[in-house]
Design a protein around this ligand. Structure first.
Ligand code: FES
Ligand SMILES: [Fe+2]
Length: 453
């Protein structure tokens, strides 16, 4: 095991470039992060009926999410227990059984081995089918429609894992009756970058928005956006906040209740929906979340590899494929209560801005690949990189969970992301992973404020 204590310096915000290129560190991540944390698998709307299945990854392990006849969800390693073939090759579908196309063994939805061709002739009826059940993922649970799995039987519950982050997640997932759904096909993109660079780009890096995406912003911006200006010519630190310290989960938020839709060529429909439903959101979420966060631009990160942006309305999971490669899966996300015309607009705008042909993703992909490649040279990798912006300038705010820095232009969230990474990489098991409950919700709704304490 690599001792990573010297590779992240919390005092200076420095990271060693080895964490983006070293194969041994990557193998340790598969075990201690992807093998230990709760990982997003699928949205319930993707497997609504018994027999529905969805193929995805947990780290580099391929798994299949299956809706059971009793409507519960089970998840299995997508590998045949005979000679190890991939069991289902379809991305998703509906099945009554999964039959392996190598020798024909067939497994039920519950993972049981049902059929073995020539069982009596070549196995002489001596095979113990119980021994060859599909291997289940130990822990499966869901939160407001999002299905998560975890390989570690000693992990905290999903609720504890999400912790106070649930207060922010609910703005995106539970503001309206019926919750959310994912729209469109899975958009899959391979990027030659380290997975952590992709996550940090979205979890807190508002700094690159006005600069990297200057052209894309000019092409799409139709409304006011609190937080920053195109070209980074000015910044409004009171117009947003960076929230971290939530066990590796984090939030970047504007606070105006509308700027999630600022980058729509025509946001009229979205703004109408927000104003017609604002009172309902306030009723369900309280005044602060209903007025200031619902409809705002929110970058939500669930450690380690799930991110979504209600407003811009993309929803994404990163699958690592080695230290220098990821497969990025993206969908559009919408509230079920939205009218169909708005859902179509959300999907269209998501395709315009993110995903394979998205203006923003193309800006990011090039930078993230170059950051990864530049971490490999023998001399270059001896130089650290930094997330030291606004170091030491965060604090508590009344009634808001987490440790909060002003503005969406900060490196506060990235520092916490790397701190959590380091805590997991150092810990032998969950008993050594610290759990935080910073600034829990003890205030009444009237006391809550988004102003700096
Ligand atoms: S590998 Fe699947 S039936 Fe042989
Ligand atoms: Fe970006």
């Amino acid at each position: 095991m690599t001792n990573v204590s010297s590779l992240i310096d919390q005092k200076t915000g420095a990271q060693s470039r080895l964490i983006y290129s070293d194969q041994a560190i990557y193998e340790q991540e598969l075990e201690r992060i992807f093998g230990r944390c709760w990982l997003f698998l699928a949205h319930e709307s993707q497997v609504p009926n018994p027999g529905d299945f969805f193929r995805t990854y947990m780290g580099e392990d391929e798994v299949v999410v299956v809706r059971q006849d009793d409507r519960s969800i089970r998840v299995f390693l997508n590998t045949c227990t005979h000679r190890g073939n991939r069991l289902t090759r379809a991305d998703r579908g509906n099945a009554r059984a999964f039959s392996c196309n190598y020798h024909g063994w067939a497994f039920g939805l519950d993972g049981s081995l049902v059929t073995v061709p020539l069982e009596s002739e070549v196995y002489f009826n001596e095979i113990d089918k119980n021994q060859f059940r599909l291997v289940p993922v130990e822990r499966v649970d869901s939160y407001h429609g999002l299905i998560f799995g975890c390989f570690d039987k000693n992990a905290p519950s999903l609720g504890e894992y999400l912790g106070d982050m649930r207060w922010y997640l609910d703005v995106a997932l539970d503001a309206m009756p019926g919750g959310t759904e994912l729209l469109g096909a899975t958009q899959k993109v391979i990027i030659h970058t380290n997975w952590k660079l992709s996550v940090e780009n979205v979890c807190g890096d508002g700094y690159h928005l006005g600069w990297s995406h200057g052209g894309a912003l000019k092409a799409t911006q139709s409304g006011d956006f609190s937080g920053f200006t195109v070209g980074n010519s000015s910044v409004d630190l009171e117009g947003g906040m960076s929230v971290a310290g939530l066990n590796g989960n984090s939030v970047l938020a504007t606070l105006d209740g509308v700027s999630g839709y600022a980058f729509y060529p025509n946001p009229t429909l979205a703004l109408k929906y927000l104003s017609e439903n604002r009172a309902k959101a306030v009723e369900r979420l309280g005044k602060l979340r209903g007025e200031k966060l619902w409809g705002s631009q929110l970058n939500l990160t669930v450690f380690p590899s799930l991110q979504f942006l209600p407003g811009l309305n993309w929803f994404r999971v990163y699958h690592p494929k080695g230290p220098g490669k990821i497969e990025m899966w993206t969908w559009a996300i919408a509230e079920k209560a939205m009218p169909d015309e708005l859902k179509q607009q959300i999907l269209d705008n998501e395709l315009l801005t993110f995903g394979p042909a998205g203006l923003f993703d193309n800006d990011d992909g090039d930078n993230l690949s170059a950051c990864t490649v530049q971490s490999r040279g023998w001399r270059t990798r001896q130089m650290p990189v930094y997330t030291n912006m606004a170091l030491g300038r965060s604090g508590k705010r009344v009634g808001l969970p987490g440790d909060i820095a002003s503005g969406v232009v900060s490196e506060h969230n990235q520092r916490y992301f790397y701190r959590r990474w380091q805590e997991h990489m150092q810990a032998k098991d969950w008993s050594e992973v610290p759990q935080y409950n910073l600034n829990p919700l003890e205030a009444s709704d009237e006391q809550r404020t988004v102003q700096t304490a």
